[in-house]
Design a protein around this ligand. Structure first.
Ligand SMILES: Nc1nc2c(ncn2[C@@H]2O[C@H](COP(=O)(O)OP(=O)(O)OP(=O)(O)O)[C@@H](O)[C@H]2O)c(=O)[nH]1
Ligand SMILES: [Mg+2]
Length: 282
């Protein structure tokens, strides 16, 4: 099995920073990778967010299997009680759904301020998620809606830039990056498959082999047709089919492994969800 290295020393620091960001806001936008709806959830997310209202965004939906994604959306809605939406942030995604849900989620807090005799203020929001899930793409779309920099808020020691998205939303313009902490090595390998793990932390060959195993089990026809394979789905078979051979007619495993990972990440083989819905939802 692929071994993914993670660094406990970095985690404590990253979690502390994340907590500081979360303390500044009324609503958290939690971005997950739609191809791994379970494996891109932070194991300590509940501890980290407490009761903070959150919008769960399953991003890169354009790369995920549609039918399975609908099941995951429903599952998380029921499990968390929070709104869950699919998005494709680098494409023409409808950002107004995110805006409306955030306003809805913040309303109880703002109403409470008003009930205390304070003036209503815009909801404060931060986007959090694992590396590469699409946080910046979502932030950029939200920011493009509004343009005004609101500047650092008074009383906040660490200088944070806020952007007014609309009269009802102020967004922190820096995302909260959730560190890699995943003792479940299968989930960690899936994070590597979707490129959410630093490349120094794993071997491409191991992760590519594990990816092919999952795809062979869940989506064998897509793989066979994309790589022109007969029955054997393996790195070796792909190398032969692509005619990527090194000396002594050995398959070029390194090059082929990188290619398989890239083809998957770019959605060329098909639209997949790697997490097993039935197993996880039980
Ligand atoms: N296909 C597809 N690609 C996306 C989507 N959203 C983001 N991307 C791409 O994924 C890559 C990472 O997106 P970012 O928005 O930079 O992700 P991030 O979470 O800010 O990443 P870090 O800052 O590295 O943690 C970029 O190449 C984006 O173009 C999406 O919905 N679909
Ligand atoms: Mg980013």
């Amino acid at each position: 099995m692929a071994h993914i290295h993670w660094y406990p020393g970095h985690i404590a620091k990253a979690e502390k920073k994340l907590k500081e960001l979360i303390n500044l806001v009324d609503v958290v936008i939690e971005v997950l990778d739609a191809r791994i709806p379970e494996s891109s959830v932070y194991p300590d997310i509940k501890k980290l967010l407490g009761e903070k209202p959150r919008l769960i965004v399953l991003n890169k939906a354009d790369l995920a299997e549609e039918a399975a994604l609908l099941k995951w959306i429903k599952f998380y809605q029921e499990q968390t009680g929070f709104p869950v939406i699919a998005s494709s942030a680098s494409k023409n995604t409808d950002i107004s759904t995110i805006v409306n849900k955030v306003i809805e989620l913040a309303k109880p807090k703002i109403d409470k301020l008003v009930a205390k005799g304070l003036l209503p203020r815009p909801a404060r929001v931060v986007v959090v998620g694992m590396p590469n899930v699409g946080k910046s793409s979502i932030i950029n779309k939200l920011i493009r809606k509004g343009k005004t920099k609101v500047g650092a808020k008074a009383g906040v020691t660490r200088q944070q830039q806020w952007v007014r998205v609309n009269p009802k939303i102020d967004l922190l313009d820096t995302p909260g990056i959730i560190p890699l902490k995943q003792e479940d090595q299968i989930k960690a390998a899936k994070l590597a498959m979707v490129n959410s793990v630093s490349e120094n932390a794993y071997e491409n060959e191991e992760v590519a082999r594990e990816l092919l195993d999952i795809l062979a089990q869940k989506y064998p026809e897509n793989v066979k047709s994309y790589y022109n394979l007969s029955d054997d789905i393996s790195v070796e078979a792909v190398a032969k089919s692509r005619n990527w051979i090194v000396k002594n007619s050995e398959p070029d495993i390194v090059r082929t492994s990188v290619m398989i990972l890239t083809d998957f990440r770019d959605g060329r083989i098909g639209r997949f969800i790697l997490d097993d819905f039935d197993k996880e939802a039980e």
